[in-house]
Design a protein around this ligand. Structure first.
Ligand code: PGA
Length: 255
């Protein structure tokens, strides 16, 4: 399975900065062979990214979307608006949206369904907070998030689905999860998929790790048998650090 290395820029970069970044990174794309590289800029920079990445193998993703296709939803953006820029992936249920914007499981589910209905590939994020881990309820939390979004879905519709395990305490803290914790969560997610949605989907779904990933540690995650890439925040903001991270991921898989 081809691994995905996804850049989640969050609320960083103007359209001008995006153009500059994308022009620079596409000069290096010959070195990205074997890896699916994905950039998720803010909505306002999607157009600039789409133009700068035209005819490149680097894919475009969005960080969020609304489930309605149009209407009175001030400040929201729909799937068809994203498709206009050639967006292929969309991050759904990132912990910053769950915890800072109050997004709940039923909203996450509606977004996931709308993404799939419109042919977008959702990158569904799950993960526990530090307090939840300390209480020993990590497994319960992840299973609840998975059920909230995926229970009773038609497995045939989920073929483009990507999962991302992102422990909240590891995001932006410089304190990545241990390799054992990442592997354990990925195995848990895969067995949930197998039990609820069937072996075929469980085998074909890519599970990413996210949370303080950098060039120095990515290889230890991407060599794991259950992990197929990473969702990267801080270390994706500079072309050089993102590109060396991609190289490190490739090297780890090849060797
Ligand atoms: P980080 O963010 O790499 O800065 O920890 C990851 C994410 O939130 O997707």
């Amino acid at each position: 399975m081809k691994q995905i290395i996804a850049a989640n820029w969050k609320m960083h970069k103007t359209a001008v900065e995006t153009t500059e970044y994308c022009r620079a990174i596409r000069q290096m794309e010959a070195d990205f062979e074997g890896v699916e590289v994905l950039i998720c800029p803010p909505f306002t920079a999607l157009s600039a990214a789409a133009i700068a990445l035209e005819a490149s193998s680097i894919k475009l993703g969005a960080q969020n979307m609304h489930w309605e296709s149009q209407g009175a939803r001030t400040g929201e953006v729909s799937a068809n608006m994203l498709l206009e820029f050639g967006v292929e992936y969309v991050i759904i249920g990132h912990s910053e949206r769950r915890h800072l914007m109050g997004e709940d499981d039923s909203q996450v589910r509606r977004k996931l369904e709308a993404a799939l209905d419109n042919g977008l590939k959702p990158v569904l994020c799950v993960g526990e907070t530090e307090a939840e881990r300390e209480q020993g309820i990590t497994k319960k939390v992840i299973e609840k998030q998975l059920s909230g979004a995926l229970e009773d879905q038609d497995p045939h519709k989920l073929s483009g689905l990507v999962l991302a395990y992102e422990p909240v305490w590891a995001i932006g803290t410089g304190k990545a999860a241990s390799v054992e914790d990442a592997q354990e969560a990925a195995v848990l997610i895969r067995s949930y998929l197998k039990d609820k949605l069937g072996a075929k989907l469980a085998e074909s779904t890519r599970i990413l790790y996210g949370g303080s990933v950098k060039a120095e540690n990515i290889g230890s995650f991407t060599v794991l048998p259950s992990v197929h890439g990473a969702l990267v925040g801080g270390a994706s903001l500079e072309v050089e650090s993102f590109s060396s991270l991609i190289q490190a991921a490739r090297k780890a898989v090849i060797t």
